[in-house]
Design a protein around this ligand. Structure first.
Ligand code: SF4
Length: 284
């Protein structure tokens, strides 16, 4: 994958009120910096970060890991799995689901969902071999359209709308992948994002449609620009309890509807069944 591409960042007039403008500014700042997840990193393990940056397949597996566990732990998952298996070879992953399951289960477990996640990895390896010649980069190569890439991602077990939106946003922001149709992107309907949209008054109702419509109102030419900015505000300051409004990036303009909260239902649903292949969960 290539280095962040500042030329892909689209600047434009502020829209969506002062909160929207502030959020948009934060998103554009993160895009200019080519931010990963937290600062310039995905995880706090340098070798794991390097693997995510240099292997499109590891990046895709990392996307599968991003559910129900802290983001840094999720993105370390492919590296730790490789350490245990001794490889991330797609042919071997496709042919040996039991070995992947044992490696994920540990102890210690690499993930909260020790049955579902290995099945997703096995299915992803098989799909990459069958449809993409063993190269995950072909999912998003060749100037593909955001809608096309999203549809391809959604075909993978374990990737729903939330993960697909997050993936597209990371590809554009961090890896500088030149995707057409940025106006068709969106924000991941993550519990942090939902809480921030509610508390800032960008939405009055918590629904996927309301959040996406609001994001398009704030940044119509590239709604995905708001994704990481909103997620970071939610995780760093706009916590479910004791939000740090005075320290918050949006503190100067936000109406601070701190009594508004959302229920993070997705992770619990997946945990209870371990059968949900189209999760709408959050990761911390
Ligand atoms: S922490 Fe406070 S100021 Fe920041 S987004 Fe949440 S409610 Fe608004």
């Amino acid at each position: 994958m290539s280095a962040p591409n500042a030329s892909s960042i689209r600047e434009g007039p502020p829209c969506g009120g002062v909160v929207g403008s502030a959020l948009r500014s934060f998103g554009e700042e993160l895009a200019r910096a080519g931010a990963a997840q937290s600062g310039d990193a995905f995880t706090d393990i340098p070798a794991a970060d390097e693997l995510i940056r240099t292997s499109p397949e590891a990046f895709l597996f990392g996307v599968l890991f991003t559910q129900g566990i802290p983001a840094e732990r999720a993105w370390a998952g492919p590296y730790l799995l490789r350490e245990r298996l001794g490889h991330l070879d797609l042919v071997r992953l496709a042919a040996s689901p039991d070995q992947t399951a044992a490696a994920v289960a540990g102890p210690p477990a690499l993930h909260r969902f020790i049955q579902t996640l290995p099945a997703w990895i096995t299915a992803a390896a098989r799909r990459l071999l069958d449809e993409y010649g063993g190269s995950a980069a072909r999912i998003w190569s060749g100037g593909a359209d955001v809608r096309e890439v999203t549809a391809r991602l959604l075909a993978f077990e374990g990737i729903g709308e939330k993960k697909a939106a997050m993936t597209v946003a990371i590809l554009a922001r961090h890896f500088g992948v030149p995707l057409a149709g940025a106006e068709h992107g969106g924000v991941a309907y993550d519990v942090h994002v939902r809480r921030v949209f509610l508390r800032t008054g960008l939405v009055e109702a918590d629904s996927p449609r309301a959040v996406q419509d609001a994001a398009r109102g704030v940044c119509p030419e590239s709604p995905g620009t708001l994704d990481l900015a909103t997620w970071l505000v939610g995780r760093e300051w706009c916590r479910p309890r004791d939000p740090a409004c005075d320290a918050c990036r949006l503190g100067g303009v936000c109406p601070r509807h701190v009594d508004r909260n959302v229920e993070g239902v997705g992770a619990r649903r997946a945990q209870s069944s371990e059968r949900n292949s189209r999760p709408e969960s959050s990761f911390g």
